[in-house]
Write a protein that binds this ligand. Structure first.
Ligand code: ADP
Ligand code: MG
Length: 141
């Protein structure tokens, strides 16, 4: 594939453009040429998702359900309490269902934890990889 003067023969499996992945209840999701997804849209949903991912990541019982993620805050404006009125992005590993069935115990544990954290639970929240649920959407109340 020819991109400008660059011939992308070294990356045959990766797209060389950003791809629109989908629209959720609060955010738009794009996949970068490097493979990961970026979620843009409602700031408070991005912040909440980041918080929930940190909690799940810090718990030995749930860390295996967390994809690789990053949180970026590009905010330049702050309200009177110091809270940034932000432009934020959640980056996340692209996760697809691989056709395996989720382990019942793992799934119950994850769903129970989402309920505890008051994350709205629906069947788009997680995907299944190697028989293990992986959370991809945990910003919604
Ligand atoms: N990590 C991911 N890997 C693959 N697809 C994703 C990922 N995160 C989100 N998506 C896709 O983007 C859609 C919208 O993202 P989502 O996190 O549900 O946004 P919202 O919080 O607005 O509901 C999802 O339904 C899913 O199809
Ligand atoms: Mg969603």
């Amino acid at each position: 594939m020819q991109v400008g003067s660059f011939t992308a023969t070294c990356l045959p499996r990766l797209p060389t453009i950003w791809i629109f992945v989908g629209k959720g209840d609060h955010r738009l999701v794009y996949r970068a040429p490097t493979g990961e997804v970026y979620k843009v849209g409602m700031d408070r949903i991005n912040r909440r998702e980041h918080g929930v991912l940190q909690i799940l990541d810090a718990d030995p019982e749930t860390v295996a359900f967390v994809p690789v993620y990053a949180f970026y805050d590009f905010s330049t404006a702050f309200d009177l309490t110091g809270w940034s009125m932000g432009e934020t992005v959640v980056a996340m590993e692209f996760v697809e269902d691989d056709g395996t069935e989720p382990d019942d115990h793992d799934l119950m544990l994850l769903i129970d934890r989402l309920v505890t954290l008051e994350v709205s639970d629906h069947d788009e929240n997680w995907r299944v990889r190697n028989g293990r649920p992986v959370i991809i959407d945990c910003g919604g109340l």
